[in-house]
Design a protein around this ligand. Structure first.
Ligand code: FES
Ligand code: FES
Length: 215
């Protein structure tokens, strides 16, 4: 009689989980810094050349095709204004503009930016010559720790342009008239930017100021 019995389902499941855990651990040992240091080879043909405009300046970079725009800005180009919060598209701290449209740079591969125009918080204004959105956030005291603020400001800049272009949001009720940025509209359009300090009241006031000035 054959004594070999199939694994009970619970054992098979345990072996699968152990294998998955080992794979996850080995993937996690690939650091972000490695993206920018290794050279292309037959075994690792990931490096590529990308040209794009960053804050008005042309850039040509050799980078790993798996590198995000966020890591490229911070680790390769030294632009620390764009913040890493969740690194998975949930908090908005990494918001930048690509061709005027806001994107989560943690979800954007730098390799996709060939010929595109990228704008970060460093490209808006500078001390003594703030962009109106930066000035409004300062005047309204629309921050506490400030970690989310670059992303909030970049979203504010894009939001005002989106409304001017007539782009509706989930709370827009009248699709035939120009978009009016009510507080409800502002809250909806800024809902991708989370503030753990809860400075929302003043953030909405700052965006309202910018929208009013633009109008
Ligand atoms: Fe990109 Fe949170 S860091 S959305
Ligand atoms: Fe601290 Fe927004 S000001 S997270």
């Amino acid at each position: 009689m054959d004594e070999t019995l199939p694994d009970p389902p619970s054992n098979a499941r345990r072996r699968f989980l152990i294998g998955t855990g080992a794979l996850t651990t080995s993937l996690a040992t690939v650091s972000h810094a490695e993206y920018f240091t290794h050279q292309p080879s037959a075994a690792q043909p990931y490096n590529m050349r990308v040209r794009f405009t960053l804050n008005g300046e042309p850039h040509e970079l050799e980078l790993d095709s798996r590198a995000t725009l966020l890591d490229t800005l911070r680790e390769k180009l030294g632009l620390m204004g764009t913040k890493k919060g969740c690194d998975r598209g949930q908090c908005g701290a990494c918001t930048v503009l690509v061709n005027g449209r806001r994107v989560n740079s943690c979800l954007t591969l730098a390799a996709t930016l060939e010929g595109e125009e990228v704008r970060t918080i460093e490209g808006l204004g500078r001390p003594g010559a703030l962009h109106p959105a930066q000035a409004a956030f300062a005047e309204r005291d629309a921050l506490q720790c400030g970690y989310c603020t670059p992303g909030q400001v970049m979203s504010c800049v894009a939001l005002v342009e989106e409304a001017r272009a007539g782009m509706p949001s989930a709370v827009t009720t009248d699709l035939r008239s120009p978009v009016r940025l009510s507080d409800e509209e502002i809250r909806e359009r800024m809902s991708g930017n989370i503030c753990r300090c809860g400075a929302y009241v003043n953030i909405v006031a700052a965006v309202r100021d910018v929208a009013g000035r633009k109008a």
